[in-house]
Design a protein around this ligand. Sequence first.
Ligand code: S3P
Length: 171
Amino acid sequence: MKENIALIGFMGSGKTTVGRNLAKSLDMKFIDIDKEIVKIENKSIEDIFKNEGEEYFRSLERKIIEKESKDNNIVIATGGGVIIDNHNIKKLKETSYVVYLNCDIECIYNRVKGKKHRPLLNTENVYEKIKNLYEKRRLLYEISCDFSVFIDCDTNLYDTVLKIKKNYILS
Ligand code: S3P
C-alpha cells in the first residue's frame, strides 16, 4: 500500500469534496494543490492565469506536486490539468495511489456552469470547451491512474469514498 492517495480528474469531477471526505475517513491529512498555489502566491487562480499566464501556473503546480508528493499520510486533490505534465504523474506515483474520478460530462457541465473561478472555462460555449478538453485529456487520466471510479449526477459521495477506500486498502 502506498503512503498517499492522489485524486486526478477533470474540473468539477469532485476531487476536493471526495478528497476531504476520504482523508477524514482514513484519518489522513488533506491537501488541495490549487489551494496551496493560491496560498503561496496570495492570488486567485484566475489572477495568476490573467497576469502571469498558464505556463507560470503550470510551473507552480509542478513545484507544489514535487514538494507534497514527498510528504506522507496525505490525500492530495490535484488540479484537472495535472496529467498534462508527465513529470507530475511520475512524482505522484512514487508515493501515491493515483485515483481517477471518471465523471460523466453532463454532470461536469452541471457542476461548473455559471462558476467563474476556472479560467479555462471562461468562454462562450462552456459545454463545447469541456467536451474538447476532455477528449484531449481522457486517455491521459486513464493511463495515469492505479484505479478509476465512475461518477455521474446520481452517484452518492459516500459510495465513491467507500469504493476508493476499499481499493486503496487492498492495494
Ligand atoms: C485546471 C483545473 C483547475 C485549476 C486550473 C486549471 C485544468 O482545478 O487547476 O484552473 O487545467 O483543468 P480543478 O480541476 O480543481 O477545477
